[in-house]
Design a protein around this ligand. Sequence first.
Ligand code: ADP
Ligand code: MG
Length: 254
Amino acid sequence: MATADNVIISVQNLCKYFKKDAIRALDGISVDIRQGDVIAAIGPSGSGKSTFLRSLNLLETPTSGSILFHGVDITQKKVNIDQLRQKMGMVFQHFNLFPHRTILQNMTLAPEKVLRVPHEAASEKALQLLRRVGLEDRADAYPIQLSGGQKQRVAIVRALMMEPEVMLFDEPTSALDPELTGEVLSVMRNLAEEGMTMLVVTHEMSFARTVSSQVVFMEHGVVVEHAPSREFFTNPRQERSRAFLRNLLDRFDE
Ligand code: ADP
Ligand code: MG
């Protein structure tokens, strides 16, 4: 089946229920992600943002609906999950680096194991990526020796080692001290400028406003509003979106 307009991922009526359907974490999500899109997913805690991201690379098994990746429904059984995850890099709030491996080893492990990239080539590439985020001199350090901001920059370039088509971020700066969020956001901003397709769950409204091209505002497992970022922030269509933005401003004023 052909995919129109560079759609990479097409999510159609996706539902994920927990506790025998008592909790409707996702209650009919439909979103298309096109090549080069930078989508900020925002919304109150518990609205289903993480479940949405985790469903995309099958860390959660959807209850119903479909996720088409280049037109192929990945919720069907025969999908190769390792191959899929390689195409969708994921960065989590808590970095998820392997503590007993050096930064370089953290980066070369998956390419060597999964893609069978020779050690030399993988190391070379890792050093290049580390250089890009200003951490080349920390290649032999262990995660515990790095700041949170440094660890998150490593987590991002570790995901890039697999040359993903899409990068998924779940609140990548939420666990960081405020003075460290800037260095991580700037790496993400560069990625976006290079044309990476990104879906970013974030509370950083300045990032959503200035870097993302679109906003998906979620609540109670549904997409309340999906709009170009500029429109969302200047002229939200839904009353619920307006209330959410007002509430953020109020908090900012305190
Ligand atoms: P968000 O990331 O927007 O804060 P989540 O996707 O984490 O929201 O959660 C959406 C809803 O699903 C919440 O009510 C949450 O408690 C529930 N939920 C998420 N994961 C599980 C799980 N593994 N088991 C039961 N309920 C879950
Ligand atoms: Mg979450």
